[in-house]
Design a protein around this ligand. Structure first.
Ligand code: ACO
Length: 356
């Protein structure tokens, strides 16, 4: 038995390849660093979805198709119960998209990410949701719907780079969950809800908010070592470090760092975070000398999304906004090439009782 399934191959995919030893991420034949910062999220979505929908528009028409879908889902904005967190509200929102396996459903799900996240955040802040502008890019419109102001081009570019960086990543926990649900032919919205439900945990996409909490709690570079020692002594995990697959640095961390340095006025916070990163890596190496624990994507996600003034309680939603493209590609691929996923378990319960 392999409790974490790390040695189990459960799917073939054309979407992405994660080379954990080389620290390399390839999206459909393109190295991540050829895409992040060089193209748009809409173009990468087109790349991931190619071949999975007969009626997929041409790449140049994807921004308009996605813009129209944002307008469509905004017209059916659900009332999110006030006690829900942003990610729980997004989960409710995705459930409002009816199940189907077609392109229109896929576009509505992808559009629902930023539209529902921005609406949930604004309502929690006591403001009215802002209607989408279908002429903007997905990233720029997301920031506009969150803040009410047109974003600086550098901010839109940074969010675009982020959404590309996290759009797909092999058979991670949330993508596996989405594929299992898709394998039952339950439909794309059900697969996306399953993906989001897996993503929200702190061992997966729920880490970046706690990364900022850690940076805030450390307070100053001089406190880093003592704070980390105490955390490790308590048995806590340092958020933003370690990965199931990468045995070297997560290439997405550097893609995001490259996006952060292009933003104005982030250098002070970045230098502080780098001091924490370096202390954490030293402490983890000393504590686990035979296991390489490196910086993962979530550490720089936290810094990037903070620099874009996105509230930390919405970080996991923003992750989902990018990963929805991957979940949908995998769900369609599972339908096209996979089978019902149904592994076995080993019974370790009591023996059958013999009637007296
Ligand atoms: N801080 C402290 N100790 C850690 C950390 C960490 N971040 N990561 C792993 N360890 C420890 C484990 O507790 C384990 O110790 P043990 O043998 O004494 O029990 C040892 O290192 C080996 O752990 P792994 O088997 O490598 O961990 P696993 O593959 O099960 O977990 C995971 C990977 C969940 C990402 C883990 O590293 C972790 O919890 N990191 C912190 C949370 C985080 O950053 N999550 C985001 C991941 S990226 C993503 O999903 C998008």
């Amino acid at each position: 038995m392999d409790a974490g399934l790390e040695h189990v191959v459960a799917a073939e995919t054309v979407t992405s390849d994660v080379d954990g030893d080389a620290g390399r991420l390839v999206l459909r034949g393109h190295d991540l660093d050829q895409l992040a910062g060089h193209t748009t999220f809409e173009a990468v979505t087109h790349l991931l979805w190619s071949g999975f929908f007969d009626d997929l528009p041409a790449a140049r028409d994807m921004p308009a198709a996605l813009g129209a879908a944002r307008t469509q889902v905004f017209a059916q904005l659900p009332a999110f119960p006030a006690h829900l967190t942003a990610v729980e509200a997004l989960r409710v929102g995705l459930s409002h998209i009816g199940d189907g396996d077609d392109l229109a459903t896929a576009l509505r799900l992808l559009a629902a990410g930023p539209v529902f996240t921005a609406a949930a955040v604004r309502r929690a802040q006591g403001y009215e949701p802002i209607a989408p502008d279908p002429t903007l890019s997905h990233a720029a419109d997301f920031l506009r719907m969150l803040t009410g102001a047109a974003p600086a081009p550098s901010s839109a570019a940074a969010l675009d780079a982020y959404l590309i960086t996290i759009a797909d990543h092999g058979l991670n926990a949330s993508t596996f969950a989405a594929r299992v649900v898709a394998s039952t032919q339950a439909g794309l919205a059900s697969a996306a809800v399953a993906g989001l439900s897996a993503l929200k945990g702190p061992l997966h996409g729920g880490a970046p908010g706690p990364v900022l909490d850690m940076i805030d709690a450390i307070g100053a570079p001089a406190n880093a070592e003592a704070w980390i020692d105490a955390a490790l002594a308590r048995g806590d995990r340092l958020m933003g470090f370690g990965h199931r697959v990468y045995r070297v640095r997560d290439p997405r961390a550097d893609a995001l760092k490259a996006a952060i340095v292009k933003l104005p006025k982030t250098t002070g916070r970045l230098a502080f975070a780098e001091a924490i990163e370096s202390a954490a890596l030293n402490k983890l190496a000393a504590r686990y000398p035979t296991r390489t624990l490196e910086t993962n994507v979530e550490f720089y996600t936290a810094l990037l999304l903070e620099a874009l003034r996105i509230p930390r309680e919405a970080f996991t939603c923003v992750f989902a906004c990018g990963r929805l493209a991957g979940w949908i590609a995998h769900a369609r691929e599972q339908l096209a090439t996979g089978r019902l996923v149904r592994p076995k378990s080993v019974y370790v319960g009591p023996e059958v009782r013999v009637a007296a």
